[in-house]
Design a protein around this ligand. Structure first.
Ligand code: ASP
Ligand code: MG
Length: 407
């Protein structure tokens, strides 16, 4: 059994003992238990802040080593709490647990899990507590994964051990049709497909996309449930393609994601020629800036405009790279705006069924919300809107797609 406990469930001594108690009970039910833990409360944020105070922009290698200590604290403390309850348990750092990664600090990707030590400790009857969010490179440097990466560690460990599923325990009791802090009528979902969850995670749901990618590739079902209360949670799994969910006949939108961390850059008057896009986006990729929605206007008189979105936190870096390149390519103007947000509807049932986009645009229009950019996949429609209209947009769409009462 592979479980994961989030930072808010480990914020203080009492919470740590509560988690240890749950882990102990899981073992008493006869399972071999591995638990992956996040850093206590807002430890990671505090460590980043501290590093920035001493060094402005701290060296990524040193920062990763520092951040990894957050998860080391929680995994050793949970292990000690288990000992005090009479359980045999051992803590392992990411490196000790065999989590190997590439060398991209702050957003490393897990390349392979070598769970030899975990298997050995389980074999000797111990509960294994693994520090999440971290790994080690071939050069033995400590890395950290994308934020929230303990979920990724948990899925990787579950895949590496061939566990039947990965259980993620957190401060909410599952995945909702929308963020309940934004849409009060949001409803917990019983189940969700991997592809749907991947889109939701990529478009704002608080879940690292890499964890879902890995779950999809290795077919590891993920249960998201509360670490405080027993309940059925939400099962994220491979969907039987042809099944029609009860109550989903009218409406195939399953959930809405919102993301307020959005900015856009527009370059006007670019000389339209083969290779233009590669010339603009190549340097952004080198600068490790990921670009999302891209819109290019039809060219008039050999000139075209290009608009794209980046994470707002990447805007300064993106402008620094884009401005000189675009000017070189003849741009008359390079502008940016940072007060944007994305609202996204997701559902595998939308595939090949017309009418969803128009329904989305109609609902936003009726709420008086202007759409700045649009992007779609087979199971997703995203509209970029002004950030100050994000809440209204999410509520309007939740209503328009009847997510509060559909099954
Ligand atoms: N502690 C890390 C973070 O805050 C990883 C995690 O919480 O899963 O991003
Ligand atoms: Mg955390």
């Amino acid at each position: 059994m592979v479980q994961k406990y989030g930072g808010s469930s480990l914020a203080d001594a009492e919470s740590i003992r509560n988690v240890a108690g749950r882990i102990a009970r899981s073992q008493q039910s006869g399972a071999q238990v591995v638990a992956v833990v996040s850093a206590m409360g807002d430890t990671t944020d505090r460590l980043i802040e501290m590093a920035e105070r001493v060094a402005g922009s701290p060296d990524p290698r040193e920062l990763d080593a520092l951040l990894s200590t957050g998860e080391l604290q929680s995994c050793t403390l949970v292990t000690m709490a288990l000992h005090s309850m009479g359980c045999r348990a051992i803590s392992l750092s990411g490196a000790q647990a065999g989590i190997r990664t590439d060398s991209r600090h702050r957003r490393a990707r897990i390349s392979v899990v070598e769970p030899k030590r975990i298997t050995q400790e389980l074999g000797s009857g111990k509960i294994v507590i693994v520090a999440g969010f971290q790994g080690i490179t071939d050069e033995l440097d400590v890395t950290t994964l994308e934020r929230g990466g303990s979920d990724t560690t948990a899925v990787a460990v579950a895949a590496g051990l061939g566990a039947a599923r990965c259980e993620i325990y957190t401060d909410v009791d599952g995945i909702y049709t929308a963020n309940p802090r934004i849409v009060p009528d949001a409803r917990k979902l019983d189940e969700l497909g991997f592809e749907e969850m991947l889109e939701l995670a990529s478009y704002g749901a608080k879940f690292p996309p890499q964890a879902i990618e890995m779950a999809l590739v290795y077919d590891v079902p993920i249960l998201v449930a509360s670490s405080y209360r027993d309940g059925p949670g939400t099962m994220i799994h491979k969907e039987p393609r042809m099944s029609m969910r009860v109550g989903q006949i009218r409406n195939r939108v399953r959930a809405i994601a919102t993301d307020a961390n959005v900015a856009k850059i527009t370059a006007r008057g670019l000389a339209d020629r083969v290779g233009l896009q590669a010339d603009i986006f190549g340097p952004l990729a080198e600068a490790d800036v990921s670009v999302d929605v891209i819109v290019q206007n039809a060219s008039i008189g050999g000139l075209t405009d290009l608009t794209f979105t980046v994470e707002r936190t990447d805007l300064a870096a993106a402008m620094e790279v884009t401005e000189p390149v675009a000017r070189n390519l003849g741009a008359s103007q390079v502008t940016s705006s940072s007060d944007l947000a994305k609202v996204t509807v997701v559902g595998t049932g939308m595939q090949n069924v017309p009418g969803y986009a128009s329904r989305m645009f109609r609902a936003l229009a009726e709420a008086g919300i202007a759409i700045e950019l649009i992007s779609t996949s087979e199971i997703r429609i995203t509209c970029v809107v002004r950030e100050d209209r994000l809440t209204d947009a999410a509520r309007a769409l939740h209503r328009a797609f009847e997510l509060d009462d559909s099954g």
